[in-house]
Design a protein around this ligand. Structure first.
Ligand SMILES: Cc1cc2nc3c(=O)[nH]c(=O)nc-3n(C[C@H](O)[C@H](O)[C@H](O)COP(=O)(O)O)c2cc1C
Ligand code: SF4
Length: 419
């Protein structure tokens, strides 16, 4: 294993250091100093600061966050909106939950700083239904910050006003997609829509909208107070700083870890996560949730960075790492993943609605030993059409696991059973 430190304590710096139900407790460890500093700064300078350390959105698409804030800022409209995507519906992803649970005031502070940068007056948190037990914690943080004039009208007498509203989803994976999320808040069916118009121009209630993930917002207050450049001392190239990851599956210590970018996959699985349970062999590793690609043990010495993972055939995605041991076959795994997408497809567009169903049927035939060469040809074709012609990211990425399995585990697709 490498000599690099395995944990960084930047995004998770406040975890366990204050009472998450008490603003006074948060203030006692330096909470809200970042907002006070931010309000005195030009918004564009804050966007540049974020861009300089190449922070990429942590919801899965890895869009350049400084650039997003700068682009949102450039849209001139009297009313604008900020949304925190706390839907965290990607299977095996549970890092945002830890931020909300341990550091809710920091999240609210990060959103408020975003409001200042993009000139928005309202913020919305879209919390997944399954996290309803964290509602009280978030609402409490909003209420206490409002009481102390750190949120609401004329914050700290600066003339800047920003209100945060808390919404719960109803448990649909697709509502994590930005446009579906917006429709869900608007009280419509949670289904994605075509883009353009892009959300930064016309999003929630047709207002210019900036959507970011929980972890993305949580980084910002720490970055603003990071005069010594601690964050920038980790990683390299396009992957600077640290990342929250959630490790799940057949490992001894599943959990959320903050790693410096560049930590090897081996250090994550055999160091932080304590290795595979019962000393078994790894069958496959999936990166970035159910919509992510899979690999085998050959990826273990790859550094966890955007570029290195991409070169190795997978992506960071949602930050999930799922380890599956040799008791499960690749085909069993793929069928399980496919069932998820059949269930979660919103059914609005044909490639995703029909494609997921057909691939589910072909995988079943493959497992039963009744698939034909035509089935395999169609499966590849259908998966390709889904990836290119689906209306939203759900359909586009649903077959990532299948495509990567074809590359890494070609024996899975041999006809006649016994996989
Ligand atoms: C089907 C689907 C589900 C998604 N679920 C989430 C989610 O639960 N949380 C999240 O932050 N982003 C999710 N995203 C990505 C969002 O659309 C969006 O890119 C993200 O919230 C932007 O924030 P970021 O730039 O900080 O990553 C999902 C995308 C798709 C296509
Ligand atoms: S790709 Fe799937 S989830 Fe997305 S709009 Fe089409 S049917 Fe709905």
């Amino acid at each position: 294993m490498s000599n690099q430190p395995l944990t960084a304590g930047f995004i998770t710096k406040n975890f366990g250091r204050y009472n998450p139900m008490s603003l006074d407790s948060y203030l006692s460890i330096g909470g809200y100093e970042a907002l006070k500093k931010a309000i005195k700064m030009d918004g564009e300078d804050i966007a540049t600061l974020i861009a300089n350390v190449k922070v990429k959105g942590r919801g899965g698409a890895a869009y350049d966050m400084g650039k997003k804030w700068s682009q949102s800022r450039a849209v001139i409209k009297p009313k604008k909106v900020v949304i925190c995507n706390a839907d965290e519906g990607e299977p095996c992803t549970f890092k945002d939950r830890e931020v909300i649970k341990n550091d809710p005031f920091n999240l609210i502070e990060g959103m408020t700083i975003c409001g200042h940068v993009v000139n928005a007056q309202d913020g919305y948190i879209y919390l997944r239904e399954e996290y309803r037990h964290l509602r009280e914690r978030l609402q409490n943080a909003i209420d206490q910050a409002t009481e102390k004039n750190l949120l609401g009208d004329n914050i700290l007498g600066t003339g800047f006003s920003f209100h945060i509203h808390l919404y719960s989803g109803a448990g649909a994976y697709v509502c994590g997609e930005g446009t579906a999320l917006i429709r869900s808040i608007e009280g419509k069916g949670g289904r994605p829509r075509m883009k353009p118009p892009f959300m930064k121009v016309s999003g929630l209630f047709a207002l210019p909208t900036t959507v970011n993930n929980v972890e993305s917002f949580a980084i910002v207050p720490h970055l603003l107070m990071d005069d010594k450049g601690y964050y920038g001392s980790f990683g390299s190239g396009e992957s600077i700083g640290t990342k929250l990851i959630s490790v799940a599956g057949n490992v001894n210590n599943p959990g959320v870890y903050e790693i410096p970018f560049g930590t090897t996959v081996r250090d994550i699985i055999y160091g932080l996560a304590g290795g595979v349970k019962d000393g078994r062999k790894i069958r496959l590793i999936q990166f970035g949730g159910a919509s992510g690609k899979i690999s085998d043990e050959r990826i273990l010495d790859t550094p966890y960075t955007y570029d290195d993972l991409k070169a190795a055939g997978v992506t960071v995605g949602s930050g999930a790492i799922l380890v599956i041991d040799d008791r499960t076959t690749v085909l069993e795994f793929l069928r399980h993943t496919q069932d998820f997408f059949v269930h979660e497809s919103c059914g609005q567009c044909t490639p995703c609605r029909e494609g997921n169903l057909h691939i589910q049927i072909i995988l079943k035939k493959l497992a039963e030993g009744t698939a034909t060469p035509d089935d395999l040809r169609y499966m590849k074709k259908i998966a390709t059409v889904m990836t290119t012609a689906s209306l939203c990211g759900l359909g586009e990425s649903a077959q990532n696991a299948l495509f990567s399995a074809m590359e890494v585990f070609p024996e899975t697709f041999k006809l006649g059973g016994a996989h």
